[in-house]
Design a protein around this ligand. Structure first.
Ligand code: CTP
Ligand code: MN
Ligand code: MN
Length: 500
């Protein structure tokens, strides 16, 4: 949330602005909106500091509302401050930086908003759990992504991009432990409302091991990591990344092709001994389009298409956008939907009917349908399975530019007027809806940690189908995501805060 480096946008000074009307000073930092908390500070000091900040080009709001980005307080009683903040009925509180007066004085001295560091933050120390296993130190960051709020704004991208490369290298080599360790570390850094500027600032953070810290140290010192650069320039890594970027090609196939000496798509396509399956054929056929990100506007257009189809089939069908777009992402690699019907059993035939309809419309470029294998009597499943048992399909659809507000997200100069887009549909029975929605909203890391938290901290088994209490030996019912968080004893985390 803290936009750094801040580019001061200096408004042209007009004659009238030079006559200093209080509250009308030249604004230099439009991205930063301060609010000074009067408690402890007192009215006259607050008014003095407000004038001071405004004279230096800062925006200072008189009332605390959702437009505020930086809350500054002199109140050292963290808990009473936070209690007061939470009573202010703000939607945006989790996005605001709640800062000690030292950030304010540093910024006044520098004449600009200085970067927010850990030492400036006044963190909420209220326990999130009524009976947390070990209530740890004040203001601690949880080791579980489901106890952190992670928006799409990433203040530590240089580090998390590097960790992602390292995780991918281990994943391609099927070395699970370190792969997961780098994913967890990246996830912790993504949740921070501030940028890590020194290794010291990471001292109290969970999930950062020796290897992660040494990579961070390198980046802090040199702006880059040599280990990451070595991986990125490694021929095998590059080739496996290229091959697995094709729809239908997993790490095993990619490695097989690599070991055969193939290095490029033309090598693969020219090799007559290679039999591509249907999915891979479509993957190559539509490679340009489906390796290109899908925009929010394109996702909305697809929602309209699917909405029209399911409601033509069943007027009382339920449709929900899920996956990355539900988490507020601007772009995605596909668009994910849940479709279901109130009438039990009808959901099983819904997807085949949708497929039929899209085929007739001539917009279906690829379909892979998997019928439901869901059987409540086979639950709970003690071992997590990568795929759930609901009816689902993986599609490639033809999307017309005329249906997309603002046009298609395609290469400049591409004048086809349409593009291919990957779409996933899943169709759980209505009484499983909340579990499927929670499971398909992601992110993957958020889901992993929900299950890990449930198992480790609560003796509960969670998956896309159900929540099972191992102690009481019973299933826990839920009709909304909030019910599931409540069963888990977790504070509710909004979809847009699940970008772990
Ligand atoms: N998912 C799942 N079972 C599957 C496929 C996906 O539970 N068989 C879940 C994943 O855990 C993920 C979500 O559905 O959280 C969406 O998957 P995916 O489309 O791969 O990822 P997104 O988070 O939507 O990211 P992107 O924007 O790149 O599509
Ligand atoms: Mn998706
Ligand atoms: Mn998907």
């Amino acid at each position: 949330m803290f936009h750094s480096p801040i580019v001061p946008r200096v408004r042209k000074r007009s004659r009238t602005a030079e006559v200093c009307i209080p509250g009308r000073e030249e604004v230099k930092f439009e991205d930063v909106r301060l609010f000074l908390v009067e408690r402890k500070m007192g009215r006259s000091r607050r008014s003095f500091l407000t004038q001071l900040a405004r004279s230096k080009g800062f925006i200072v709001e008189d009332v605390l509302s959702d437009v505020v980005t930086h809350v500054v307080s002199e109140d050292i009683h963290t808990s009473s401050l936070w209690t007061w903040l939470k009573e202010c009925d703000l939607k945006n509180l989790t996005h605001m930086l709640v800062l000690d007066i030292s950030w304010f004085t540093d910024s006044m001295r520098e004449g600009r908003p200085v970067a927010v560091e850990t030492k400036h933050l006044i963190q909420d120390s209220a326990p999130t759990l009524p009976e947390a296993s070990t209530p740890t130190a004040v203001a601690s960051v949880s080791q579980y992504a489901c106890q952190r709020r992670t928006t799409t704004e990433n203040n530590n991208k240089t580090f998390t991009d590097a960790f992602e490369v390292l995780a991918e290298r281990y994943e391609l080599n099927e070395i699970e432990g370190p792969c997961l360790a780098f994913r967890r570390a990246a996830s912790v850094l993504k949740s921070l409302p501030w940028a890590v500027k020194s290794l010291g600032a990471t001292q109290d953070l969970p999930c950062l091991g020796e290897h992660t810290k040494s990579v961070m140290e390198e980046i802090l010192q040199n702006g880059r990591s040599f280990e990451v650069e070595r991986i990125l320039s490694d021929e095998r890594f590059q080739t496996l990344k290229l091959f697995t970027s094709v729809f239908g090609v997993g790490p095993k196939t990619a490695d097989k092709w690599y070991r055969r000496g193939l290095r490029s798509f033309s090598d693969v396509l020219a090799d007559s001994s290679i039999q591509l399956n249907r999915m891979q054929q479509s993957g190559f056929l539509h490679y340009g389009d489906i390796s290109r990100a899908v925009s929010k506007a394109e996702a909305r257009a697809l929602r309209n298409i699917i909405d029209e189809a399911v409601h033509a089939i069943t007027p009382d069908a339920v449709l929900a956008l899920t996956g990355g777009f539900r988490r507020g992402k601007e772009f995605g690699h596909d668009v994910d939907f849940i479709v279901t019907t109130p009438e039990p059993g009808d959901e099983e035939t819904l997807i085949p009917k949708v497929i039929n309809r899209l085929t007739k419309q001539g917009i279906l470029l690829y379909t892979e349908y998997q019928a439901s294998t869901f059987d409540m009597s086979k639950l709970p499943c003690h071992r997590f399975e990568a795929m759930d048992h609901f009816a689902k399909c993986f599609l490639i659809l033809r999307l017309e530019g005329s249906q997309v507000e603002g046009g298609l997200h395609i290469a400049e100069g591409d004048s086809r007027g349409w593009r291919a887009v990957r779409v996933d549909l899943v169709s759980p029975p209505m009484d499983r809806y909340a579990f499927a929605l929670l499971g398909w909203t992601g992110s993957r890391q958020f889901e992993r940690d929900l299950r890990r938290y449930a198992r480790m901290e609560r003796r509960l088994l969670l998956d896309n189908h159900a929540l099972y209490d191992k102690t009481k030996k019973e299933f826990l019912a839920a009709t909304t995501e909030k019910d599931i968080f409540a069963h888990l004893g977790l504070e509710y985390i909004e979809p847009w805060q699940r970008n772990a």
